[in-house]
Design a binder for this molecule. Structure first.
Ligand code: S3P
Length: 172
């Protein structure tokens, strides 16, 4: 692993991708790419408003386009939206430019982290452990297929997780 590479953080909503990207960037001087934020800024709308106005497919295409635009860029820590790893073409794009790190958390932890947030259209009206567990289970095979590295985040600090990621990435 050299700073020629990017690192992609994938995982379910509330798994800590944005928080860990920030910690990692501070510790290791990599530039953050916050996918949701960039897509939101480009469209001048929140993620929820993009879903409501243009539909999910449009948002998914924006994600793929943004990933493609990262080819040729280096030293980025990319905080992916929770649905990015669902499209095989996205996984291909990520693998071309760096390791893919899956952040995992229990449904209870996820619920705690997303409870008061209303910016995630797929979780509105689904904020129960059972509902989150169901969606997580449906997505898990794709997350696991995409991942070069898996990290459990429950009960760990951002710094601890960032250190684990660095160690795992360096030993790839
Ligand atoms: C989504 C996750 C969200 C955002 C959108 C869809 C998903 O990102 O991209 O609401 O399908 O899991 P976060 O994982 O950063 O919350």
């Amino acid at each position: 692993m050299t700073n020629e590479n990017n690192i992609f953080l994938i995982g379910f909503m509330g798994a800590g991708k944005s928080t860990i990207a920030r910690a990692f960037s501070e510790l290791h001087g990599m530039e953050i790419v916050e996918m949701d934020q960039l897509i939101s800024e480009k469209n001048g709308l929140s993620v929820s408003d993009i879903f409501a106005r243009y539909g999910e497919e449009y948002f998914r295409n924006e994600e793929t386009e943004l990933l493609r635009s990262l080819q040729g860029k280096t030293n980025r820590i990319v905080s992916c939206g929770g649905g990015v790893a669902m499209r095989p073409v996205n996984v291909e794009e990520m693998r071309k430019s760096g390791p893919v790190v899956l952040l995992q958390a229990k449904p209870e932890t996820i619920l705690e982290r997303v409870r008061d947030d209303h910016g995630r259209p797929l979780l509105e009206n689904r904020k129960t452990v059972a509902s989150i567990a169901e969606l997580l289970e449906a997505r898990n095979p794709a997350y696991l297929r995409a991942a070069d590295i898996q990290i459990d985040t429950d009960g760990k600090s951002a710094e601890q997780i960032a250190a684990e990621i660095l160690q795992a990435v360096e030993s790839l």
